[in-house]
Design a protein around this ligand. Structure first.
Ligand SMILES: Cc1cc2nc3c(=O)[nH]c(=O)nc-3n(C[C@H](O)[C@H](O)[C@H](O)COP(=O)(O)OP(=O)(O)OC[C@H]3O[C@@H](n4cnc5c(N)ncnc54)[C@H](O)[C@@H]3O)c2cc1C
Length: 232
């Protein structure tokens, strides 16, 4: 579906991440985890980029995208937008989706790769699914954790959902896990990992190392779904 959307709300998430909301057009159906293409005029040129829908299909009144503000041209154009500005959208696309088809899912995200995961987490919680969900969100520092309040609240309200944060450049006061998402973390936090379907999202390098770890643990390829944020 192609449509022109009016921005209704802009929500700062971290020092360099913002969410952009617009009205959900009638008849726009999508699955948790899918993305749309956003078309903007950037320095006089038409530029079309994929951005994941960070809202859940259960949220009827709005669609939300969440962008890491990179300081590059497309990002700056989006960041300069104000409520009531318009953007062209087409979609939805993508197969990193969840609609209740598995009983155990593990969501491994790197940085802004959290966007499809928050949609899936909200979807599971809002629909009251009894799917066991574990999310391991990897970031550089505490200040980089996108949707931390939202994830902590979801974890409180959904006893089937567990959130684990891991930081690669943690400050001294961080009491959580440090380093990268590792084989030992997966074994510790998901002891029955062979019963899980894995969802991976983040930069290509992170996906490569996650796939290698899962492969080493004997997780079959059919149980690994991934979305690479190329260009990020
Ligand atoms: C399926 C999919 C889903 C995605 N979902 C998300 C999401 O939910 N959130 C998100 O933040 N990202 C997401 N991405 C990534 C997103 O599409 C962009 O590629 C990414 O955010 C980089 O955007 P940008 O604004 O920096 O792009 P651009 O401004 O086009 O910059 C991209 C690259 O172009 C070069 N470049 C651009 N301008 C200049 C310049 N003036 N001088 C020199 N070099 C320049 C740089 O190398 C830069 O790294 C997704 C990607 C995919 C494939």
């Amino acid at each position: 579906m192609d449509f022109t959307a009016n921005l209704t709300e802009i929500i700062p998430r971290t020092h360099n991440v913002k969410s952009f909301r617009f009205s959900r057009p009638a008849g726009f159906d999508y699955k948790a985890g899918q993305y749309i293409f956003v078309t903007l005029t950037v320095s006089g040129e038409i530029v079309r980029k994929p951005l994941t829908i960070s809202s859940s299909p259960t949220e009827n009144d709005h669609l939300e995208i969440t962008k890491k503000l990179t300081g590059h041209d497309f990002s700056n154009t989006l960041d300069a937008m104000v409520v009531s500005d318009v953007m062209d959208i087409d979609g939805p696309y993508g197969n990193l989706t969840f609609g209740g088809e598995y009983s155990n899912i593990a969501l491994l995200s790197g940085g802004i790769g959290i966007t499809p995961m928050i949609s899936i987490c909200k979807y599971c919680t809002d629909t009251g699914l009894d799917t066991k969900v574990i999310i391991i969100s990897s970031n550089k520092t505490q200040q980089d954790i996108v949707f931390r309040n939202e994830l902590d609240q979801i974890e409180q309200s959904n006893t089937n959902l567990k959130v684990v944060y891991v930081l690669t450049r943690a400050d001294d006061d961080w009491e959580g896990f440090r380093g990268r998402t590792s084989e030992s973390m997966i074994i510790r936090d998901i002891p029955n990992y062979k019963d899980y379907v894995f969802y991976l999202c983040g930069p290509p390098v992170m996906l490569g190392s996650m796939v290698a770890i899962l492969d080493g643990l004997g997780v079959p390829k059919e149980r690994i779904k991934q979305e690479s944020f190329v260009g990020y």
